[in-house]
Unconditional design. Structure first.
Length: 294
């Protein structure tokens, strides 16, 4: 009995010495601000005034009845759909290329992954210059009408430009996950398929794709969650323009809270986004575990 009690005391002391500081820091920077943010959603606080009034669920009702928020949400869904598809297809193709045994494949891996290392703000400004000056110069020189003016100034093309840049950045990150899945495929299995006369496309379709389904699941849900939270690229590349044609949900939250100074409403929008991303993460865990069991 005494030994058990001493072990419990020892475990508590060990936790207090090693785990408690980290737990307190985590609570201070995550849990407390999160709970504080939830509290703000029930007020009309503008971020500056000391006069804060409790208004109940009014902010949440406003969120779901605000046409500008619903429009931003619809644009975000379109953006997420195309970004997820393009980035996963490109990421998987790049993984196939750099695991095919070509020369300098290590260098190619580094090059393809590099855009993911560069911050979205910097990439946004770089691509802003490319779309505004480099591509338009090429379009004017070659007489290509669709490239003669910047896509970023065209409400019908700006969202496509944002999708292209985001997919280009994200595909290198997904490539690494696909590489891990492809390198775990048995080499003997691939050799047997080649001996049996399977073409390259048949090997990809009937062997590689089925055997990396866990990687596909992970990459799909990672791309969805990252795309829903896209902000820095949206800010630096288009700033929601032109005419709010590229205003995604995260940027809309920023505009509501820090430009319109409606912190309660902006925080309510942020909670809605949190619920969406949390649901996506839970689905990822479920399907990943289901795939592992299968």
């Amino acid at each position: 009995m005494g030994n058990r009690r001493n072990r419990k005391i020892q475990n508590v002391l060990q936790f207090a010495g090693f785990g408690l500081p980290a737990t307190l820091i985590w609570a201070a920077v995550v849990i407390i601000p999160f709970l504080y943010g939830i509290g703000i959603t029930f007020t009309d606080w503008n971020g500056l005034s000391l006069d804060i009034n409790f208004i109940g669920l009014k902010n949440y009702k406003t969120v779901f009845s605000d046409p500008t928020f619903l429009s931003a949400f619809l644009k975000t869904v379109i953006y997420v759909l195309f970004t997820v598809i393009v980035s996963n297809v490109v990421g998987f193709f790049l993984a196939l290329v750099v695991t095919s045994g070509i020369r300098f494949q290590g260098l190619f891996r580094t090059g393809f992954f590099t855009p993911n290392i560069i911050g979205g703000i910097i990439l946004g400004y770089i691509w802003n210059f490319i779309f505004s000056y480099a591509i338009t110069s090429v379009g004017k020189t070659m007489g290509i009408e669709s490239l003669s003016t910047s896509w970023l100034t065209d409400p019908t093309k700006a969202l496509a430009a944002l999708i292209i840049v985001s997919s280009w950045q994200l595909s290198g990150y997904l490539m690494v996950i696909y590489i891990a899945g492809l390198t775990n495929i048995s080499g003997e299995l691939l050799e047997s398929a080649q001996i049996d006369g399977a073409t390259g496309w048949q090997v990809i379709k009937n062997i590689k794709v089925p055997l990396v389904r866990n990687s596909i699941t992970i990459c799909t849900f990672l791309a969805i969650s990252r795309s829903f939270m896209s902000f820095d690229m949206n800010l630096s590349l288009t700033a929601g323009g032109p005419y709010k044609s590229t205003e995604l949900i995260a940027y809309k939250i920023y505009q509501t809270a820090f430009t319109s100074m409606e912190f309660g409403k902006g925080q309510a929008q942020a909670i809605v986004l949190f619920v969406i991303v949390a649901a996506i993460s839970l689905l990822q865990v479920y399907f990943t575990n289901k795939g592992a069991e299968g």
